[in-house]
Design a binder for this molecule. Sequence first.
Ligand code: AMP
Ligand code: MG
Length: 520
Amino acid sequence: MLSFAFDNRFVTELPGDPEEGGRRRQVHGACWSRVLPTPVTAPRLLAWSPEVAALLDLPPEAVASAEFAEVFTGNRQVPGMRPYAACYGGHQFGNWAGQLGDGRAINLGEVINRAGQRWDLQLKGAGPTPYARHADGRAVLRSSIREFLCSEAMHHLGVPTTRALSLAATGETVPRDMMYDGNPRHEPGAVVCRVAPSFIRFGNFEIASSRGDHDLLARLVDFTIRRDFPEIAGDDVDEKRGRWFASVCARTARMVAHWTRVGFVHGVMNTDNMSILGLTIDYGPYGWIDNYDPDWTPNTTDEEHRRYRFGQQARICHWNLSRLAEPLAPLFPSEEPLRAGLETFIRVYGEEYRRMMAAKFGFAAPRNDDGELIAEAFDLLRQAEVDMTLFFRALARLDLAAPTLEPLREAFYREDPMRRHEAAFQSWLARYAARARADAEPSEARQSRMNTANPRYVLRNYLAQEAINLAEQGDLSRVHELLRVMRGPYEEQPEYARYAAKRPDWARNQPGCSMLSCSS
Ligand code: AMP
Ligand code: MG
């Protein structure tokens, strides 16, 4: 029998919607609505994360039980669960979109594990809620595999993220028009169980404020501080709220600096997809940088304006934090703490960026005059179409006494641009080697610093797509194998070298590989 110690503070300390069930509606004066998952025909566990199971004190036998598949597709509840969907709003692509909410995510409850940590369990794709609008509340296998694998890959890369306990098939199909071209396909359905200390988003605060409900807003802010930021204590409410906003800004800055470090593009940085804990959340049309290109976005919906392109993610975080600051303003005696928080974002992002770049390039510590050398490197990577991940691992192998392009050649996508930029690279490498030599340390120190900041394995878009193609034929082996590889992204893992390869040509303009839609 599965059992957890639930304490469910979100539903016990915050007001709920008096109406129960999934009727679509606007919900006022409440942070959540009680709704049960819609049962599925044939629940079957496809994959699970051993690390997340351990966080929940679940032994492998418990995960293997038929009950587990039932509970984590929503067919059954265990004692103490109080399923609900949260009410939130959001700015989508720069515009206020009103009420959004958990349309297909159903929270099961907050578990306290044996170590005393709080973990909120949430099923994604478990059926419609009051916030589902016109959609079906379901999720397809391909996007569920992407969410499951990427959540865990990001965690092992050291990037703050929500986690994924399980991926399960529903035994049902879901119609989806993936390319929005009027040709829906019946795709296999799936449910992912996401796990995080909190699923509160910027949009939870925005919706309360947009309705002029300042009491609710204040309750939600003070609840969030109490439950999710226990390190912020004291009697002075104003002071605590100020420290809280600064902490949200600092966490968001750290998160996006990590995205820059590993080459992750979120794809849909709407304010409803921004976690108050600075966790990467809502894996949809995300992607990974292959050939370095700050203008790249995988999201076809954003192709024209590229609002959420790789190189603009920090600026968008700042914009999103500004949208969070606006509704909070009435809760503060002056705008000063909010302005200071936004400054904190800029400062922390700058510090983290410099620290991470120094590590990526293998310098013992950031130096003020490194900026130019670093900017020049990225410019060359872009112009010469160089694979970002391969480049940094290869750079670690550079012989500082006699730097040549040799170890880097495998990172180039095309011959022509390589030859055109060869001289510029040689010149850059000479200056880089001189800078690195100035640290006067053994090359092992530099290499190990680089190989803990620069992953060998990232969940390249085409790798996920290959795993999806096999899984849709009933073969989950690649999903399992990728999960295994991504658990050690900085390790050499020679037996998996093929998963470190640059994007093959066939994947260059392939749906699912370089282009993704929001349909999921
Ligand atoms: P996203 O773009 O995935 O962040 O979703 C934006 C909003 O649409 C959120 O409120 C989601 O819960 C909702 N949503 C997305 N897909 C579905 C679906 N299949 N059924 C119900 N709601 C959905
Ligand atoms: Mg979302």
